[in-house]
Design a protein around this ligand. Structure first.
Ligand code: ZN
Ligand code: ZN
Length: 453
């Protein structure tokens, strides 16, 4: 029996559920920079540059690549960054790209876009739909940009072009990165382990953005915790295989795995504070082949989501304890517990969040949606948190990508809007790319930064 796992939820409906529920147009914005002139200049630049950015997005959408296989994407990104005047290094942490632009005195600023796609078949019906295939965990699979990372690479190029053209409006050093493998939550770590903050200038602070199915025009800012921690494990229960008619001569790993699957939920229902967020999902069970064979082993894949270090530890320890106990009850040896991947909570710097709200509200008007630190973060995860945890306070924007008319039409039909990772996910590229470029570039020009240390 195989149940495919790795269900990743990103922004989208969690922002709708969370962010819009606490929507407030912030008041009392003080000392916000006047970005009217910079915005007019940027808008004119984007009017000129956007057609090429859209062509880039469509090309990447038709040629999606899985995490750590982003060779073509990285090459194209590197070319564009060089053309915009950046000094580019490729193959950082596998397929990662680093582009640096030095522009006088000032802070070092990180801007990140993730580049990878997902192992799934596209069903959007877009004229530029993907027919690509690739090898994923040894299997031939279709590949689709179902999380919008194609628009992210395009916005990074847009940011590079704009910062280069508007050098007289900001000063400092910009480090742009094309990050591999966000979906399996390993790419940020790989870039850090390959010396991202030692071989290159270490950023003082950073920005990133993610497109979702929020209405186009929305730019969401969440202060404090913005996403959940995620931890994925493979747990292999070891038995002793044999004939299905002679169970007494075997150690059957299947009932052990089955017991684990149900018992481990007790960690959530009985051990965790009911008011604290925590999710435990079994995304895959792999064991056996024929009805009359008791297999040697059974593998279970577990994903944990939490929003505090205490709950994260409770779920990690509880899962391991229940797994060992289930094996002991089945007279089996200790299971093999292997950590697959994970990342911590992505925390947005509150000073940066407030400063960005003040600076960008006049630019985006009602589209600027703010959620305070007290609002719940989304249940999805983001490995951008690795950069924050490595000492780069940051602001991660949520960017609406769905045409409001399309959303209204779906609502009238009683159908939900496709979320990130849906085979139907098809955000509108232009507002997504332009608004991400605008939010990031104007934050940099407007001096959005954390409190001085
Ligand atoms: Zn995703
Ligand atoms: Zn994503």
């Amino acid at each position: 029996m195989t149940v495919m796992g790795r269900k990743r939820v990103t922004l989208s409906r969690f922002i709708i559920g969370g962010y819009l529920a606490v929507l407030s147009v912030p008041t009392g914005a003080q000392a916000a920079p006047d970005l009217t002139a910079a915005n007019a200049r940027l808008t004119a630049l984007l009017d000129k540059n956007y057609p090429a950015l859209e062509a880039l997005y469509k090309d990447l959408h038709q040629h999606p690549e899985l995490g750590m296989q982003e060779v073509r994407t990285a090459g194209i990104l590197a070319q564009h960054l060089r053309k915009a005047g950046f000094t580019v290094t490729e193959k950082v942490g596998g397929t990662g790209v680093v582009g640096i632009l030095k522009n006088g005195e000032g802070p070092t600023i990180l801007v990140r876009a993730d580049m990878d796609a997902l192992p799934m078949e596209e069903k959007t019906g877009l004229a530029w739909s993907s027919k690509a295939r690739a090898t994923y965990e040894g299997k031939d699979v279709p590949v689709m940009h179902a999380c919008g990372h194609d628009t992210h690479v395009a916005y990074l190029v847009g940011v590079a072009q704009a910062l280069s053209a508007m050098r007289d409006s900001w000063s400092g050093t910009v480090v742009l990165i094309g990050q591999p493998a966000e979906e399996p939550l390993v790419g940020a770590r790989a870039m850090l382990d390959d010396g991202l903050f030692t071989r290159f200038p270490k950023p003082d602070f950073g920005f990133a953005a993610h497109v979702s199915n929020l209405p186009a025009g929305v730019v969401a800012i969440k202060a404090g915790a913005g996403s959940s921690a995620s931890d994925s494990y493979s747990i292999t229960f070891h038995g002793r295989g044999g004939h299905g008619s002679m169970p007494a001569a075997t150690i059957d790993p299947i009932p052990i795995a089955a017991r684990f699957v149900t018992d481990t939920q007790v960690v959530i229902s009985r051990e965790k504070d009911p008011a604290a967020f925590g999710v435990l999902t079994i995304g895959a069970i792999n064991a056996g082949s024929a009805p009359n064979i008791i297999p040697d082993s059974a593998e279970v894949k577990v994903n944990l989501r939490s929003q505090s270090p205490e709950v994260r530890k409770l779920l990690q320890d509880g899962t391991a304890r229940v797994a060992k106990s289930a094996a002991a009850m089945g007279k089996a040896p200790e299971p093999t517990i292997r950590y697959l991947s994970g990342t911590g909570v992505l925390t947005n710097d509150e000073v940066m969040a407030n400063a960005a709200v003040a600076a960008l509200t006049p630019v985006f008007g009602k589209g600027l949606v703010f959620a305070p630190a007290s609002a719940a973060p989304m249940s999805g995860s983001e490995d951008y948190s690795e950069f924050v945890d490595a000492g780069v306070p940051s602001l991660f924007f949520g960017i609406g990508g769905y045409d409001p008319a399309v959303l209204a039409d779906l609502k009238a039909k009683g159908e939900p809007a496709p979320t990130n990772h849906s085979p139907f996910f098809a955000p509108k590229a232009e507002p997504a790319i332009r608004n991400a470029v605008t939010a990031i570039v104007l934050s940099i020009v407007g001096g959005v930064r954390p409190a001085a240390k």
